[in-house]
Write a protein that binds this ligand. Structure first.
Ligand SMILES: Nc1ncnc2c1ncn2[C@@H]1O[C@H](COP(=O)(O)OP(=O)(O)OP(=O)(O)O)[C@@H](O)[C@H]1O
Length: 340
């Protein structure tokens, strides 16, 4: 578990102070992937640098497995740094070393014997799907392949935490996917806790269990992605889920009367596949989809619909859906049945 407690960091330049981190607290459970997102200047990289022990916060604690890393010094600090693998922002490989040579670097620093080093490098290149590129130099690798080598290098010393700062920036979607697959594999096959700093919501959509949204140095939203998307007013929800498209209720279909209009978020195969039709048939209500759609967060299908229900038992149908974990937000209905 990574626990960040009340972290502050202020930079002062030519008499101007910037609170890059302002009382930031968050928890990343063991073996999970947490996305740290936010606009440019929100404090994401500063947070990553503090957790990687490359920057000292002004106040606050960073605990990994219970130990506060901020207070460490000397050999204890160096040992703690080895438990955190870092994939730095941008191109970070040594150009004069092959892919295998780059991955071996942390093992050489730790004085791991040559035979052990070779087998560990082979394992890591296999993990990132680049066994056939072991002797290729970075200039002859694609951007995505270079990032995968950087991930393998960050994992070389068997860290418990992997921290990646914008690992997919400047990559096309297909290449982004190959890098995210490797991060996901680090978590699932090695049990590493992964923290990904990104401005790309596709990263959160594809691999994050948890997410923290930073704004002007403060955490404005934090939690499990699948919980947050169901919360009314969630920024993550409004970014990751389909628009329910207010305008669609004014289309000809919506001219009909609805007894109830509501926004419904459904999470998981069972809910997405069956809840609406079952509610409709069980309570004898007519159910119209007025907007929204289906998406996928990680492996989980999630739907957000604006629905209109017509029939005497509309309220009961809605209540029944809520009891089955549908997240429902009622929209006020005007006299002609159109949501206000
Ligand atoms: N070394 C530094 N000296 C002075 N100011 C800094 C320094 N590092 C960061 N800052 C300031 O702190 C704030 C947060 O910067 P940070 O790089 O953490 O944001 P970010 O969310 O990672 O942004 P980006 O997405 O653009 O990389 C910004 O206002 C930035 O200008």
């Amino acid at each position: 578990m990574i626990t960040v407690e009340n972290l502050t960091k202020t930079f002062t330049q030519s008499n101007t102070s910037v609170a890059a981190l302002d009382d930031v607290s968050l928890e990343v459970p063991d073996g999970s992937v947490c996305g740290v997102v936010g606009t440019s200047g929100a404090g994401k990289s500063t947070l990553a640098r503090c957790i990687a022990l490359l920057e000292k916060p002004d106040t606050g604690a960073i605990r990994v497995d219970g130990t506060d890393l901020v207070s460490l010094e000397g050999s204890k600090l160096r040992a703690a740094r080895r438990r955190i693998g870092v994939v730095p922002q941008g191109d970070s490989l040594l150009r004069q070393r092959t892919a295998a040579g780059n991955v071996a670097l942390p093992l050489e620093s730790a004085k791991v014997p040559a035979a052990q080093r070779r087998s560990r490098v082979a394992e890591l290149l296999d993990l990132v799907g680049l066994s056939d590129k072991a002797s290729v130099y970075p200039d002859h690798l694609s951007g995505g392949q270079r990032q995968r080598v950087a991930v393998a290098r960050a994992l070389a010393a068997k860290p418990s935490v992997l921290l990646a700062d914008e690992p997919t920036s400047a990559l096309d979607p297909a290449t982004t996917d190959s890098v995210l697959t490797v991060l996901e594999r680090a978590r699932s096959e090695l049990g590493v806790t992964v923290l990904v700093v990104t401005h790309d919501m596709a990263v959160v959509r594809r691999i994050a269990d948890d997410v923290a949204v930073l704004e002007q140095g403060r955490v404005v939203e934090h939690g499990k992605v699948l919980d947050l998307v169901s919360e009314p007013g969630s920024r993550i929800g409004s970014t990751l889920l389909p628009e329910t498209d207010q305008a669609s209720v004014l289309r000809p279909d919506s001219g009909q009367q609805h007894d109830v209009v509501a926004e419904v978020v459904l999470v998981g195969f069972a809910a997405v596949g069956a809840l609406l039709p079952e509610a409709s048939s069980r309570f004898g209500v007519e159910l119209s989809i007025l907007g929204g759609g289906l998406t996928r967060l990680g492996d989980t299908p999630v739907a957000k619909f604006r629905v209109g229900l017509s029939g005497e038992r509309s309220e009961s149908a809605l209540k029944w859906m809520i009891e089955r974990d549908a997240h429902v937000r009622r929209a006020p209905v005007s006299v002609d049945g159109v949501a206000a």
